[in-house]
Design a binder for this molecule. Sequence first.
Ligand code: BDR
Ligand code: CA
Length: 312
Amino acid sequence: MSKIPVWFDADTGVDDATALLLANKLDEKLQIVGISCVAGNVPVEQVTENTLRICDLMKKQYPVFKGAGKPWFKEYHDACYFHGNNGIGDAVLPKESYEAGKEKAWDALHEAALRYEGQLEVIAVGPLTNIATAIVKYPDLNKLIKRVLIMGGAASGGNVTPAAEFNIYEDPHAAQTLFMSGIPVVMCGLEVTMQAYLTSEEIDEIHGHHSSVTDFYYACTRISHRASQRLGLPGLCVHDACPVLFAAYPELFKGEEAGVYVETQSELTLGKTVTDLYSDFQFPEKNTFIVTDIDREKFAKVMIETLTSYRD
Ligand code: BDR
Ligand code: CA
């Protein structure tokens, strides 16, 4: 089977870094053709630095492009409390050996979409500012991209407010632009990503392999793992790994087609992904495949196998 050409858009924090390590190793199924950086967990300059350094760590100099430094209409807020001051749990990586491309993220994404003639799949694991900017700037983009797989949203409650999940809350207008674009969306929201966790024992097992990648993974996850334990969670959620795994192994997941709209007006529910998944009232169009479940045991197995397959 031919590989899926994939564009990866991230706000490289802890789970974005893990998702990138995963996507790179799933190279029998996925071919990363470019990576764009967006402000989210940390400012976009830091996201870009983290991304370049992780590419170096993987010994793959993927083309990396800087994108939006803030949401369209809202003020920017970071998530350093969870991801550490540098976004990667304050883990230290060697200075990057190469630079980000000169083009803006949305221009580079459009060029890649043209090159892959309708086959390109976008995996977006941060606020959707870059993707929405590309959609608005290039009206042909919705015919050129096969689908967008996101980590974002929640059919029920949120994590950053009672109603909203972080990536959608950060830039709700951008998210709504994607959902309304006509591009098929696969939404890995909190229903599924909260099931996609690694336990302390599983993290220790990964660390036991002692390569530069597994040492980095361990150092990178300390702050967020402790924060998750304080919250009483059963492990460290690897939210952003879900759309990557869905692209490569959809059989690990369950979900359903539904309509999704994003609340952009109300203060109380700003950034909520409103869906008819559980409702008698049906929206006129089912624009999204909402992923609801993952086989957690298989998920953990793939994560451990993949991360420990890196060798120095
Ligand atoms: C999402 O928010 C970010 O902090 C994580 O990287 C993930 O993409 C989870 O709500
Ligand atoms: Ca993210």
